[in-house]
Ligand binder design. Structure first.
Ligand SMILES: NC(=O)C1=CN([C@@H]2O[C@H](COP(=O)(O)OP(=O)(O)OC[C@H]3O[C@@H](n4cnc5c(N)ncnc54)[C@H](OP(=O)(O)O)[C@@H]3O)[C@@H](O)[C@H]2O)C=CC1
Ligand SMILES: CC(=O)N[C@@H](CCC(=O)OP(=O)(O)O)C(=O)O
Length: 344
């Protein structure tokens, strides 16, 4: 059994990690931390875990985590993991970070978007970007994995085959993305309260969202050329789910449907739907799947539209983190992650 610790077990991605790992056949959860709930039994706070987990929340103590865990997940806000990861690695404990601390390779770019200096810049070159559909081999050997954000997962998986094959214009990419409210985390905030977020629909951070540099970094590496992307996130009145509508222009005639099917043949968590499908967020709700549909609105011009859906808390966060753990510990990639989505 792999001994696992979770830092930040009272937030939405922490709760989701617990839900997934409680049923993982090769995992024993040994430590779970919280500052606000130290001493509370986890199943007293989250009754869905009654009968499945006997642990109580403890304080974050790196030495204790290292003594009791082979791998530690950080499900904490940005700026927390980077203060502790070096110490954990020095004890031989591997780390899977769900926050953005190790996603961007340039510390100056990180500081610009996250508003504080990076405290572990030396680890940025070692951290492996945890998108298994690109980095499977590197992830399996990594000590430190930086899980992608929820929008970056959904958007990159939709653009990836087009960029790898160099068949679209790189200056006109558009990602129009919508997220459920759990993407903002569990903490109280006016914008995500019931009266503000329900019966409402709005774009936000149009002038610049911190996932823009992350998506641009990932996609530019794939095609080895700078790309130009317009990314507009929206908040929709649902709890879970991301729907990304991606627009691009083909440079040459290609069977895009066949290209996507071939590219993701060996990717168990990317499902290419039949031509002209309309993937629904509920078709991935609670599951680690990304479902993608390819559209060619008119044969008369070169426009292509890709639809990509994920559950922000699963493939967009905790499920993908467990997928990365499976790869790091030489387990089948799908272990503990084969649940079917909830519908309706
Ligand atoms: N929500 C989503 O859809 C996604 C989130 N992410 C990322 O995952 C991370 C967690 O997100 P989410 O679960 O939504 O966030 P939440 O706000 O819901 O939870 C944050 C957790 O971190 C703990 N925490 C807060 N501050 C500190 C601190 N200074 N030191 C130690 N622990 C702390 C909190 O527990 P306590 O206060 O009890 O200590 C809580 O358990 C974030 O970096 C987020 O950006 C990534 C992809 C998707
Ligand atoms: C709806 C909502 O607010 N979503 C979050 C993104 C959540 C996520 O994946 O992002 P990080 O891990 O990079 O924080 C946002 O736009 O800030």
């Amino acid at each position: 059994m792999i001994k696992v610790g979770i830092v930040g077990g009272t937030g939405y991605t922490g709760i989701e990690l617990l839900r997934i790992l409680a049923f993982h056949p090769q995992v024993e959860i040994t430590v779970i931390t919280s500052r606000s709930q130290t001493g509370t039994k986890v199943s007293d706070l989250f009754s869905n875990l009654r009968g499945h987990l006997e642990l109580s929340f403890t304080n974050l103590t790196p030495k204790l985590l290292a003594d009791q865990c082979e791998v530690v997940f950080f499900a904490t806000p940005h700026g927390v993991a980077m203060d502790t990861v070096a110490e954990l690695l020095s004890y031989g404990t591997r780390v899977i970070d769900l926050s953005a601390d190790f996603r961007l390779s340039d510390p100056a770019l990180w500081e610009r978007w996250y508003g504080q200096p990076h405290t572990a810049p030396d680890l940025l070159s070692e951290a492996v970007y945890g998108l298994p559909e690109i980095n499977k081999n590197k992830i399996s050997k990594a000590r430190l994995v930086a899980c992608p954000g929820c929008y970056p997962t959904t958007v990159q998986l939709g653009f990836l085959p087009l960029l790898e094959e160099n068949i679209i214009e790189l200056t006109t990419l558009i990602a129009d993305a919508k997220s459920g409210v759990s993407g903002a985390g569990r903490k109280a905030a006016i914008g995500t309260s019931l009266c503000e977020a329900s019966e409402n629909f709005k774009a936000y951070s149009v002038a610049g969202h911190r996932h823009h540099p992350e998506i641009v970094q990932g996609l530019s590496q794939v095609c080895d050329t700078a790309i130009n992307l317009t990314f507009v996130p929206h908040l929709v009145p649902m709890i879970r789910g991301i729907h990304a509508t991606l627009y691009a222009q083909l440079k040459k005639e290609v069977d895009v449907q066949a290209l996507f099917e071939l590219r993701y043949t060996n990717s168990p968590f990317v499902d290419i739907l039949p031509p002209n499908s309309h993937p629904e967020t509920r078709s991935v709700r609670g599951s680690n799947m990304c479902r993608i549909a390819v559209h060619r609105p008119s044969k008369e011009d070169n426009r292509i539209v890709i639809l990509s859906v994920t559950d922000n808390l699963v493939k967009g966060a905790s499920g993908q983190a467990v997928q990365n753990m499976n790869l790091m510990f030489d387990l089948p990639e799908t272990t503990g992650l084969t649940g079917i989505s909830l519908m309706p």
